[in-house]
Design a protein around this ligand. Sequence first.
Ligand code: UD1
Length: 337
Amino acid sequence: MAKQILVTGGLGFIGSHTVVELQNAGFDVVVIDDLSNTTLKVLDQITEITGTKPAFEQIDLRIKEDVKAFFDKYQIDGIIHFAAFKAVGESMHKPLDYYENNLGALVYLLQEMRDRKLDNFIFSSSCTVYGQADELPITEKAPVKKAESVYGNTKQIGEEIIEDATKAHDFKAIALRYFNPIGAHPTTKIGELPIGVPQNLIPFITQTAAGMRDELSVFGDDYNTPDGTAVRDYIHVVDLAKAHIAALQRLLDGNNKEKFEYFNVGTGTGSSVLEVINAFETANSLKLNYKIVDRRAGDITAAYADTTIANKELNWKTELSLETALKSAWEWQVKQK
Ligand code: UD1
């Protein structure tokens, strides 16, 4: 019998791509989403890609009784927990909403796992836990630094909650520390749907190329990097989605070495903002209107992953290039018009 996997936030950007990969790998998927940052159309799009409609429950995970009722209804073999607020700037203005949604819901899910003796939990974490790491590339041994944002703090505390829970209770978990997820599914049926003015680089680039924004602001060219612009590790969302299947399989097979593990999920290659702009222009044969402005508050100079441990332990590696990701991001943007 196929294993039944709960994906919370399964209609979001990374969640939807992960649902597709889970279904492709033969898992039965149940999606929970509260539709606060996505629409039901994504469910139809997933169904078009895979030929199978995942079970769907519209649930707000902050409502404990609804979480309980869900687990009364379904037999779950593993949970991939994406559902969370993710806007760094907004998190500074709404700290309590972020803590309630990102940590309250997490605790409720883990309590159900404890009470029902469920196992196998995968958590969406972030490279933001490292802050500006002292050494690059960043290995899992790099210390977790005090979070600069409330959002980042929810990821750090989330990891701590999970680790403490795995010590006390009989389940195991993996946190995946994502670097910068970008791109869209090759079918262009699912992708990133930023609401309002995008804060992240790639959606801002594609919306500028599409004429929705006048020009892209490059935040700072006086960083201590080869061309002065900040460096990040941009990973194709399909590669990132596949890392979740690898992590889940590790837990299902009992191949984990600790009850709580964490892995860096990136490509291992850093790209500067100007390199991304150039790659975008080349991949899509167009010119982008941009100007250099001041640094953005809170931005770090450089972050890219050492993926040695993830590659080995998860038996996973990225397969898709920056160019492929930027092409898919643009194709997705064009389709939104
Ligand atoms: C941010 C969050 C991170 C989150 C990630 C994905 C911070 C400190 N970190 O990462 O926690 O997981 O988003 O949602 O906010 N840039 C421009 N012009 C733009 C937009 C961005 O030059 O209009 C630059 C930024 O300065 C940065 C790079 O592009 O150097 C990437 O920015 P962004 O896509 O926002 O991701 P991060 O800031 O790395």
